[in-house]
Design a protein around this ligand. Structure first.
Ligand SMILES: Nc1ncnc2c1ncn2[C@@H]1O[C@H](COP(=O)(O)OP(=O)(O)OP(=O)(O)O)[C@@H](O)[C@H]1O
Ligand SMILES: [Mg+2]
Length: 143
């Protein structure tokens, strides 16, 4: 895949029924680079972003986010794959287009609120907090 760019997509495909939205998208975003995706309404901008953080699973293609690589195959199953998907989600954040924005914040404030790229384990002593902290440690070890 493309050099050491932290965000790389190769040959992404996504269809909804007979509607082919992403038809082999290649993308590489370098560290610190800001990329604007432009296009008419319905051209697939949000679908692309949702595919990058696997809110939508692409039908085909390959994704690499911060060193974690996944080959897209909706039929694939298994623990290793679920863990890779979870790691990838931990390394991405998105701001939704309309709903769930904080009205008292600016656009930039909403984007920043998305959180750090590599989350810190939560503080606390509850079972859930311990489990998430262990998960975060494991993700860092495997990174
Ligand atoms: N979950 C879904 N099920 C079926 N069709 C969908 C789904 N999500 C998106 N689409 C369709 O995929 C196409 C691309 O939608 P998408 O929301 O990615 O476009 P967009 O470029 O972000 O548009 P806009 O500029 O209006 O936000 C549209 O035709 C949309 O109706
Ligand atoms: Mg959109």
């Amino acid at each position: 895949m493309t050099g050491d760019a932290p965000v790389v997509a190769r040959g992404l495909h996504k269809s909804f029924g007979s509607l082919d939205v992403l038809k082999g998208v290649d993308l590489a975003v370098g560290r610190g680079e800001v990329v604007v995706v432009m296009g008419p309404s319905g051209s697939g901008k949000t679908t692309l972003i949702r595919c990058l953080n696997l809110l939508e699973e692409p039908d085909a293609g390959e994704l690499r986010i911060c060193g974690c690589t996944i080959t897209c195959d909706p039929a694939a199953r298994g623990r290793k794959r679920s863990r890779a998907i979870q790691q990838m989600r931990c390394r991405t954040a998105m701001v939704f287009q309309q709903f769930n924005l904080f009205p008292h914040m600016t656009a930039l404030g909403n984007v920043i609120e998305g959180g750090p790229v590599c989350p810190q384990p939560p503080q606390g002593r509850g079972r859930r907090a311990r489990r998430s902290a262990a998960g975060a440690r494991r993700a860092r070890r495997e990174a």
